[in-house]
Every structure is written in C-alpha cells, then in structure tokens.
Design a binder for this molecule. Structure first.
Ligand SMILES: CC(C)(COP(=O)(O)OP(=O)(O)OC[C@H]1O[C@@H](n2cnc3c(N)ncnc32)[C@H](O)[C@@H]1OP(=O)(O)O)[C@@H](O)C(=O)NCCC(=O)NCCS
Length: 163
C-alpha cells in the first residue's frame, strides 16, 4: 500500500490491484452507496436514518473509501471513556481483498489515537469467519463472547487491540 497524499481530510492510496482509492470523511450524499454496501454486506443492515444519526454524532470517524468517485467502502467508529469502538465496517463485495478494509481501519486507528484512545474493541458474529480473519491479521485478539448479542440470537465475539 503506497500512500501518495496525506492531509487531515483526504488520504489517497493505491490499492493492491493498482487503482487509486481515496479516503475521506462521510458526507450526506454518500448515504445511498453506504446503505447499498451495508445491505449487501449484512443480513441485518442498519437503516439509513440510523446511519445518518451516526454521521451526525461521529462525523470525524465516519470514513468512506472512493474509487472513481464511487463509494466502495466505509467505517464508523466512536470513542467511549477513552476506548475506541468500531461500530461498522464494510467494503463493496466486488471490491474486497484489495486492502480497502485494511486502509479504512488503519486511518480509523490513527484518528482514534489522535483522540487519546489507546485501545479499541468491536463485536463480530461468531460465524463471520472472514471478518474474524481480517481483524486477526490487523492484530485483534479475542476478548470474550456475548451470548445472543444479535437480533437472531447469534453470539458476538469481542475482539480487542491496543493502538
Ligand atoms: C471484513 C471486510 C471489511 C474486509 O475488507 P477487505 O477490503 O476485503 O479486506 P482487505 O483486503 O483489507 O484484507 C486485508 C487482509 O485481511 C484478511 N482477509 C480479508 N478478507 C478475508 C477473507 N474473506 N478471508 C480470509 N482473510 C481475509 C487477509 O489476510 C487480507 O489480506 P490478503 O488479501 O493480502 O490476504 C469485508 O470482507 C466486508 O465488507 N465484509 C462484510 C462486512 C463485515 O463482515 N464487516 C465486519 C463486521 S464486524
């Protein structure tokens, strides 16, 4: 991953497959694509109104990745009592395995560190083997299980990482 531009707002980089992807903070016009990716990625997607509420509450840590001006991924995080929490991350299914998710996470960790956070956590479905491997590669370790956490009663695995 070669970063070619870096400032407080935008972060351009070349993805593993050679095209240029840009990171920036979410704007309201992104909601259609974010919801589309959310719906294609989760069986219990967040409603667009909820996603917009998250944007209003955490505007600095709701980030999108764009390729050819189209949103191809996003991540939403927040700070609670000096810890960071990853609320959601997803990449367009046809754009996966090109380090877009990793780059969104790296930028998120950088921003959370800048807010004084030194550890982060997240919940992931026990059956979501792909995401668990993604997080393991990023240095997350298992911190516990929450039984019946999801609306269909599936357990959540808590993953943690120092940053
Ligand atoms: C998890 C997710 C965000 C990863 O995004 P991505 O852009 O495809 O991930 P990256 O390309 O940055 O992957 C980085 C590394 O993580 C690991 N990884 C990523 N996806 C993986 C998969 N499906 N299977 C195994 N390992 C995987 C690999 O080691 C990968 O590096 P490599 O491709 O060089 O082997 C994406 O799969 C996704 O949107 N999933 C659906 C939504 C979801 O489950 N979100 C998490 C909920 S908690």
């Amino acid at each position: 991953m070669h970063k070619v531009v870096q400032n407080s707002f935008e972060n351009a980089f070349y993805s593993g497959k050679g095209s240029m992807v840009l990171l920036r903070e979410f704007i309201i016009g992104d909601i259609g694509r974010v919801y589309e990716i959310e719906s294609r990625s989760f069986k219990d997607p967040y409603h667009p109104v909820f996603l917009l509420n998250l944007y209003e509450t955490y505007p600095r840590t709701f980030l999108v990745a764009l390729e050819n001006e189209m949103v191809v991924g996003y991540v939403i995080s927040r700070t609670i009592n000096a810890a960071g929490h990853i609320i959601a991350i997803a990449v367009d299914p046809i754009k996966r395995r090109r380090e877009i998710g990793k780059t969104l996470m790296v930028e998120t960790m950088k921003r959370l560190r800048g807010c004084g956070v030194n550890n982060i956590w997240l919940e992931v479905r026990k059956s979501n083997i792909d995401a668990i491997e993604f997080y393991r590669k990023l240095g997350f370790v298992k911190g516990g299980i929450v039984r019946g956490y999801y609306s269909d009663s599936e357990d959540a695995i808590i993953l943690r990482r120092l940053i």
